[in-house]
Design a protein around this ligand. Sequence first.
Ligand SMILES: [Zn+2]
Length: 271
Amino acid sequence: MFFKYIFQIIFVVGVSCAIFIIDLPDNRFHAYFLDVGQGDSLLIKTPENKHILIDGGPRNNVSKEIGDTMFFFDRTIDLMVLTHPHADHVSGLISVLKNYDVKRVMATFVLYKSDVYANFLKAVKEEGAEIFVADSETDFDFGSTFVDTIYPFSKINGQTFKDVNDSSVVMRIIYEDKSIFVGGDIGESIEKKIIAKYKNLKSDVLKISHHGSKKSSSDAFLQEIGPKIAIISCSKNNSYGFPTQIVLDRLEKYGIKIYRTDLDGKVEIIF
Ligand SMILES: [Zn+2]
């Protein structure tokens, strides 16, 4: 009995140490494009151990993905962003709001009729997180890491959109001289507006909009962002045919290295 007890203690300490070493702050910036199936979820860990979660994928499995990535005892999300209300981005966030201490939530708060979006809004209210209505003035400074919101240019809360993909929050996550461009599911017309309004959008990593749909990632946009790496988040054999061959060809044309969650699983970028 005594030996069994000792064994259990050693085992638990051993596992905890292993987790602790894996997640020990290492003075680096980590971006994890989580493997959530047909949807998007990006978890960022700053060198100061601040966590930023952008979208939550289509299911509760995001909580497990986050649990596997964050330090065992760390249950804090410093900033949660919902890019737009479609189920493949919002659904998983509901379980995160229930399982984690979420400090701040940024979203557009557009009008959109769906049960999951209504449940998300309810969960945000219950969480008591600080709420930010997204616009290009709503930025976040986490010391080493800066969340620069680019779009929507002004607040769109309470508005309805014919194509709610085009209401997506677009951001550049900037760490020192490196950056990641994240644009939800925006289509070509919004890409055009963004590159017309801003100079200097150059980013090292681009999260491909709308899972590689042919309606996004136009030539002009890719040239302006000029990424070295593109991440496509989608599931194997999805019914939409994402990513489309036309987008894959375009990325290849510009020599952009492609990583895909359907083929590569969770993709981690370290700066
Ligand atoms: Zn989507």
